[in-house]
Design a protein around this ligand. Structure first.
Ligand SMILES: NC(=O)c1ccc[n+]([C@@H]2O[C@H](COP(=O)([O-])OP(=O)(O)OC[C@H]3O[C@@H](n4cnc5c(N)ncnc54)[C@H](O)[C@@H]3O)[C@@H](O)[C@H]2O)c1
Length: 304
């Protein structure tokens, strides 16, 4: 019997592991308590709250697998897990639809002044003449990072009649490019021609401040910037400056260098901010646990 400790709130009914596993569901377990009970568990299931560091791993004599439904693994000491031979799995594939739809939502909200129009109408005003928008149809969408989410955003954007240009560091399969009718270009070729730029890369040493002052300065006048990937990919001060100068028409961000976002970012003109909710749909959260259950079962079926 494999023992599984679930330390954070998850859609537990989706964690269907079968009779070879016993599951203890202790969402919100305090660190001291975790340290005292962790020995004897084969699997830890965590979200972002529980920090799985050296101390926890050293106490967990039987631990073989750390499973994180969803994406971020910032709370797990991956190097130390590797050193101890503890496998770490997550399920980023579960969030693709949610983040892609959120990205399209932000593009539409920017282009139709949605938030301002709603706030104005809720306040009792009728400022019909104030809110002239633009359409997505016929516009150029620049996708930075044509991975799982970037490609799905491109696919939805195509159905709006957008033209897709993309930049990535890997070679993208021809089938993907054909389905998007996408052209691959260098980042600095995309920035001057895109009406919308949307970012879908991981945060790495190469992508940190990838959108810096010089590159934001290369963006087409009146264009929009959307980021649902990771804070830190955009130099936020450079973005604030560009918005203040009216160089670009607007920006929408779901992720920030520091979360919650700084006051200067919150006060920038023509900006929409959401609290890192790209992946937060009921479907995605359930799917993330279903996939994690499958990965846990596969691990013990194939490895041990
Ligand atoms: N907002 C949210 O709640 C939320 C939820 C899930 C994922 N995300 C983020 O969305 C992003 C994309 O996730 P994904 O699942 O599509 O990842 P993915 O790995 O499928 O795709 C990332 C793509 O970026 C490319 N890339 C890497 N470095 C690059 C560089 N220097 N220049 C250009 N391209 C580069 C990769 O080759 C890959 O094609 C990640 O940052 C992820 O953390 C955010």
């Amino acid at each position: 019997m494999k023992r599984v400790l679930v330390c954070d709130k998850v859609e537990i009914e989706e964690l269907r592991l079968g009779e070879d596993f016993s599951i203890d569901y202790r969402p919100g377990i305090a660190r001291e308590e975790l340290l005292s009970v962790v020995d004897g568990y084969d699997v830890l299931v965590v979200r972002s709250r529980t920090k799985v560091d050296r101390e926890i791993m050293d106490r967990a004599g039987s631990l073989k697998l750390i499973a994180r439904p969803g994406t971020g693994l910032d709370n797990v000491d991956l190097d130390y897990a590797k050193k101890k031979g503890i496998e770490v799995v997550n399920s980023p594939e579960a969030l693709v639809e949610a983040v892609s739809e959120h990205t399209i939502l932000l593009m539409l909200a920017l282009s139709r002044n949605l938030v301002e129009a709603v706030n104005s109408t809720l306040s009792g005003k009728w400022e019909k003449e104030m809110f002239f928008g633009t359409e997505l149809k016929g516009k150029v969408l620049g996708i930075v990072g044509l991975g799982r989410i970037g490609a799905r955003v491109g696919y939805i954007a195509r159905s709006f009649g957008m033209e897709v240009k993309a930049y990535d560091v890997i070679s993208i399969p021809k089938g993907t490019l054909d389905s998007l009718s996408a052209e691959m270009l260098d980042l600095e070729e995309i920035l001057p021609i895109a009406d919308f730029v949307t970012i879908h890369v991981p945060l790495t040493n190469e992508t940190r401040h990838m959108l810096n002052a010089r590159r934001i300065g290369m963006m087409k006048t009146g264009s929009y910037l959307v980021n649902t990937s990771r804070g830190g990919v955009i130099d936020e001060q450079a973005l604030i400056d560009a918005l203040r100068l009216g160089r670009i028409a607007g920006a929408a961000l779901d992720v920030f260098e520091t979360e919650p976002p700084s006051e200067s970012l919150r006060k920038a003109p023509n900006i929409l901010l959401t609290p890192h909710i790209g992946g937060q749909t009921k479907e995605a959260q359930r799917h993330a646990v279903t996939i994690i259950a499958e990965k846990i079962r596969n691990y013990f079926n194939t490895v041990r």
